[in-house]
Design a protein around this ligand. Sequence first.
Ligand SMILES: NC(=O)C1=CN([C@@H]2O[C@H](COP(=O)(O)OP(=O)(O)OC[C@H]3O[C@@H](n4cnc5c(N)ncnc54)[C@H](OP(=O)(O)O)[C@@H]3O)[C@@H](O)[C@H]2O)C=CC1
Ligand SMILES: CC(=O)N[C@@H](CCC(=O)OP(=O)(O)O)C(=O)O
Length: 345
Amino acid sequence: MNVGIIGATGYGGNELYRLLTKHPKVDKCILYTSSEAGKAYRESYPHLTGISDELLVSIDSASIDKDVDVLFMASPPGAAAEILPQINLEQVKVIDLSGDLRLKDSALYEKWYKRKAADQKIVDAAVYGLSELNKPSIMNASILSNPGCFPTASILGLAPAVSNDLINESSIIIDAKTGVSGAGRKAGIGVHYSEVNENLKIYKVNGHQHIPEIEQALHLMNENISAITFQTHLVPMTRGIMATIYADAKGEMSSEELLACYQAFYRDSYFVRVRPLGEFPSTKEVYGSNFCDIGLSYDERTGRVTIVSVIDNLMKGAAGQAVQNFNMMNGFEETMGLELTPLYP
Ligand SMILES: NC(=O)C1=CN([C@@H]2O[C@H](COP(=O)(O)OP(=O)(O)OC[C@H]3O[C@@H](n4cnc5c(N)ncnc54)[C@H](OP(=O)(O)O)[C@@H]3O)[C@@H](O)[C@H]2O)C=CC1
Ligand SMILES: CC(=O)N[C@@H](CCC(=O)OP(=O)(O)O)C(=O)O
């Protein structure tokens, strides 16, 4: 199978390259660029010396239609909206890692992303690819919208409690932290080493573009959910997301019952590891892997639950989940090419 990567020179694209060039079902990776055609990919990433001999090629819909079976788009918001109408979507399957196809309501996209939404027909056709929650639709998808990094950690952390009606819908608070690679390779001011090192910073307060995506997914599980509180913080580390989630329990509960609910919900999900009571995951424990690890506690004193969900933003939060979805869309083992032990320490 031949795959194409748009945005291969970015962090998400480079992580796709790492996974897809070792994937047993991938014969060829074609690396597309909007700005550096003809350049050796290795020049962008010297760690690929002796590994990569590919040249970057310009984005050309005729060559994509002819040469590519599955197109991964690791490009900024707006690119999928512009490029996809030129592709023969009957022939080429697409996995978009940007936010362009995630929100079904285009007015919401335009409000939160502050740009024009993609063609509604393409948005409607796109399947939201939270792998563990949407398996049957993903298996039949030909256009897949890969979830955002924060939504992946947050929704996986909340899904069992929300779908089993264990928490008060209006009490949900998601306090999230991310490593700097989440901002992409071309990010400049704001993620400069001297501003991030030895610093902890809240950003996009009450205005993060992932808020409507999380609300859309949770609302489908429980229609009483309409608005959540979600805040993001930048942490001086390269990879990793931790979403610490607080909510009021509905009625009687114990930590043991909460744990049993999560264990049952994720019983068949290889990539979600629910930790024993008293153990909370840290971001390093999933570094470089496709795992989402979850720790739980119910506080009898306050009547609140605390849920901690961690992922590697470039893996389960982007390229890893995209490959998991690629596997499901093509009838391969879900874990193929993703059985990576976290890099530790
Ligand atoms: N970093 C992360 O943790 C996550 C990122 N995402 C999403 O994935 C996408 C990629 O993110 P990331 O890799 O971090 O970003 P980067 O900034 O690292 O890379 C984006 C790449 O997109 C290419 N690009 C720029 N403009 C265009 C265009 N108009 N058309 C096509 N390609 C273009 C560039 O390559 P070139 O100039 O060679 O074309 C660039 O290298 C984004 O939409 C991001 O929001 C989602 C989840 C997590
Ligand atoms: C550290 C940092 O800046 N992270 C980015 C991650 C968002 C992202 O990846 O964008 P989409 O999922 O919307 O495409 C942010 O918080 O906006």
